[in-house]
Design a binder for this molecule. Structure first.
Ligand code: ACO
Length: 329
């Protein structure tokens, strides 16, 4: 088997922002409540007319540039998203937008775990030698899918995109050292963005067809919180074990950016100090599949994460789905 080497990262969030103070004017909430319960201060949202594929393509371009390769050198694009512009998929549009139409591109949905699931999926194609270079993107625009008068959800989510380029090689000095992925459909009702049939059209002969639309996000916050604090430490330990590493080998902990209290609880469970936790949650809120690559890219570009650092990443979310990957940068 070959190895998958991480050769570049990129990210992009739309310039439009919504602060807690602005939300106070929309729903009955307060900056104090949101800050203490979640750690979120701000979120970025798509401007009207802009699409998910636009922000994802920008993150992709930046990752390709950072990797120092040409778009034509990429032969696989995987987009992790739950909120594409087109339900048939955005990956092909993004591939064309970054300048390569002739490759294999597809979408993958695993909610907030999506980027980790996509990274692991891409690495399977690379290690077997099927493809040489993959652009893996995590992008979501959940601002389009919350009820802006539901204070339980509208305070949490923001839009953004992040990406990495992974290259197959004989000997890798970076990449996925170990991973573990899980799902449990039994918890599906805790977090949903579900289709609802609303209009029935009779076809005659007693037959009819139903058409409809997607309802806004519904969430049992306490259930999701309990699930995350229970499963994330366990899956991180499992992935570390698969990598032949222990908590002491980890330079940084990078969790899906959903709630600072979840990050604190997980760090405490693993015996890690908050200095090792990478977070940009206060600025972006929960950007779903984008949160890990967006925070990773910012940490790399700011110089916080350096070549050779070991980053324990974990995602969790709807499905339910959760997973961890131990990355060496
Ligand atoms: N402002 C003010 N008060 C609020 C708000 C708000 N925005 N939202 C809820 N409240 C009220 C509630 O109505 C409740 O009032 P009550 O006690 O009178 O009934 C009170 O605050 C406490 O509500 P809880 O839901 O118990 O608050 P909790 O401390 O659990 O925090 C939160 C809620 C922040 C949602 C938390 O449960 C959480 O972060 N859960 C995880 C959610 C998550 O991460 N989801 C995304 C997963 S990723 C993906 O796949 C999309």
């Amino acid at each position: 088997l070959l190895k998958g080497r991480l050769i570049g990262s990129g990210s992009y969030a739309p310039p439009n922002t919504v602060s807690n103070l602005e939300l106070e004017k929309v729903v009955e909430t307060s900056d104090e409540w949101i800050t203490t319960r979640t750690g979120i201060k701000n979120r970025h949202v798509l401007a009207s007319g802009a699409g998910l594929s636009d922000i994802a393509a920008e993150a992709g371009r930046r990752a390709i540039q950072a990797a120092g390769v040409d778009a034509s050198d990429i032969d696989l694009v995987i987009l992790a998203s739950s909120s594409p512009d087109d339900l048939f998929g955005d990956a092909t549009t993004i591939a064309a937008a970054v300048g390569n139409q002739g490759l294999v591109a597809f979408d993958l949905t695993a909610a907030c775990s999506g980027f980790l699931f996509a990274t692991v999926t891409a690495s399977q194609f690379l290690t077997t030698g099927t493809y040489k270079r993959a652009l893996v993107l995590g992008a979501d625009a959940l601002s389009r899918w919350v009820e802006w008068d539901d204070r339980n959800t509208c305070i949490l989510f923001g839009d953004g995109a992040g990406a990495v380029v992974i290259e197959a090689c004989e000997e890798a000095d970076s990449g996925i050292l170990g991973f573990a992925l899980h799902s449990d459909g039994g918890g599906h009702e805790s977090l949903k963005l579900g289709y609802k049939g609303t209009k029935e059209t009779p076809l005659g002969g007693g037959k009819s067809v139903t058409t409809g639309q997607y309802a806004a996000i519904s969430m049992n916050g306490r259930e999701v919180y309990k699930f995350a604090t229970r499963e994330v430490p366990a899956v991180l330990l499992e992935a570390l074990d698969n990598a032949g590493l222990g908590v002491e080998d980890v330079d940084f902990l990078l969790l899906h950016q959903a709630n600072i209290r979840i990050m604190e609880a997980v760090a405490q469970r693993l015996g890690m100090s908050m200095d090792k936790v990478i977070t940009n949650l206060s600025e972006y809120g929960n950007t779903s599949a984008a949160s890990i690559p967006l925070a990773l890219d910012e940490a790399v570009r700011s110089g916080k994460v350096k070549k050779g650092d070991v980053i324990a990443c974990a995602g969790f979310g709807a499905g339910l789905s959760w997973g961890a990957a131990i990355l060496k940068w």
